[in-house]
Design a protein around this ligand. Structure first.
Ligand code: ATP
Ligand code: MG
Length: 392
């Protein structure tokens, strides 16, 4: 019965003169999300509101599910459009609508009319009163409550008449593309996909980099990262995933540096390379899935060591999250099942038995000097062989 959706947006409504930029970005993201749904849709902006009109048959649940992944949407209202065939006919339609949408009508309601077309013969207040009366006559079990109704029945008089009363919650946040772009260090774990999701929710477009170490990490581990990027892209739009072959760098660090410092030094090189790609692709920051104390390389001391090699800000949206909280978000966004597949994204030979938990940055820097100029060549080679996968 529904033929359209009214899209409600919260925060982007308050952006003053830039409001249209946010609305246009939201429309763009809605179009992207609905491309994967059956049916054809017209998305338009009318008097400061965004509507999705179905131009063909469509699957209601599928469309709602896709809209619920578009950041910037606070609510999705399914709308019935009817032609203006006089007020009496409208009352009949509304009475039928209530019967369809609310099988149990032991509820309070309020009619909230808006006369956007000024030549309609009744004013808004009149519509509220007369329609309220018609509803009470049809359904004596219903009651009016103008302060806190169970059903807020909206009637908008435009060229056509729009009827809606349900609000399905959206994901909130800001439309992707309104907040710049950042480079996500994406591994096959649970945390980094969640970190990317969280920053994207604030309107930031996401690119990603994955450090692959064949044959120590398998093709399936790489495929898992591509799959994770694809799930995240359902929220963010297309992701440019850079796959960097890290094997020679890792082996060389393993050969030259103290093993307790391997992870930290490897992480420093990942950050350096990620930042290089970030700068080349006009990203304004890096994103990682780190959380204080989760592992040795994520203590406050270790974070000093990995942070200091970058100039760009490093965003760590999970920094204060417990693992369980991260797992909950990953289950909610649909990455969990893929993240827990057993293909390791790091080989055990590169993981020390007793990694440092309080690395001293001066010592780390000194030990990195054992790597000499050869490491710079390896970094350049790795960057030159960057494999770009566009995930959407
Ligand atoms: P995750 O679950 O995200 O893999 P983790 O708890 O396993 O995190 P680490 O492996 O120490 O933690 O990695 C910390 C962060 O570094 C990750 O969240 C991710 O952002 C980045 N990272 C780690 N390994 C890689 C990799 N192979 N490629 C890209 N980024 C990586
Ligand atoms: Mg990991």
């Amino acid at each position: 019965m529904f033929t359209a959706f009214l899209i409600k947006y919260a925060e982007i409504g308050i952006k003053g003169r830039n409001r249209y930029l946010f609305e246009d970005a939201l429309i763009h993201q809605i179009k992207f999300a609905l491309k994967k749904c059956e049916g054809r849709f017209l998305i338009h902006k009318t008097q400061g509101r965004i509507y999705v009109d179905a131009e063909t048959e469509f699957d209601f649940d599928e469309v709602v599910e896709h809209l619920q992944r578009v950041f910037g949407i606070s609510g999705i209202c399914p709308v019935v459009y009817v032609e203006d065939e006089g007020f009496e006919k409208l009352c009949e339609t509304v009475i039928g609508y209530l019967a369809d949408v609310y099988p149990d009508r032991n509820k309070t309601f309020k009619v909230n009319a808006r006369r956007a077309r000024k030549n309609y013969p009744k004013e808004s207040m009149e519509i509220n009163m007369d329609m309220g009366e018609a509803i009470l006559n049809a359904y004596p079990e219903m009651k009016v409550d103008v302060h806190n109704p169970d059903i807020m029945l909206n009637i908008e008089i435009r060229e056509k008449i729009y009827i809606y009363s349900e609000i399905i919650p959206g994901p909130g946040g800001m439309p992707v593309g309104t907040g710049g772009k950042a480079m996500l260090l994406l591994s096959g774990g649970i945390d980094s996909p969640v970190a990317g999701y969280m920053i994207a929710k604030r309107g930031v477009k996401i690119d990603a980099v994955y450090f692959h170490a064949p044959p120590y990490t398998s093709e399936r581990a790489k495929q898992k990262v591509v799959d994770l990027a694809r799930i995240v892209s359902r929220y963010t739009g297309p992701i440019y995933l850079h796959v960097i072959n890290f094997t020679d760098i890792q082996l060389y660090i393993h050969e030259k540096c103290p093993h307790e410092e391997l992870t930290i030094i490897m992480r420093r090189y990942m950050m350096r390379i990620a930042e290089r790609i970030a700068k080349e692709t006009e990203c304004q920051g890096l994103i990682t899935g780190e959380s204080i104390g989760q592992v040795a390389s994520q203590t406050m001391h270790s974070l000093i060591a990995t942070n200091e090699v970058c100039e760009l800000p490093v965003y760590r949206p999970l920094i204060g999250f417990d693992k369980q909280e991260i797992v909950e978000v990953s289950a909610k966004i649909g990455t969990y099942e893929t993240s827990i597949l057993p293909y390791e994204d790091c080989c055990t030979i590169f993981v020390a038995k007793h990694p440092v938990t309080k690395p001293n940055v001066n010592i780390i820097r000194r030990h990195e000097q054992y790597l000499s100029e050869k490491i710079d060549e390896l970094v350049e080679t790795a960057l030159a062989k960057d494999e770009l996968i566009i995930v959407e």
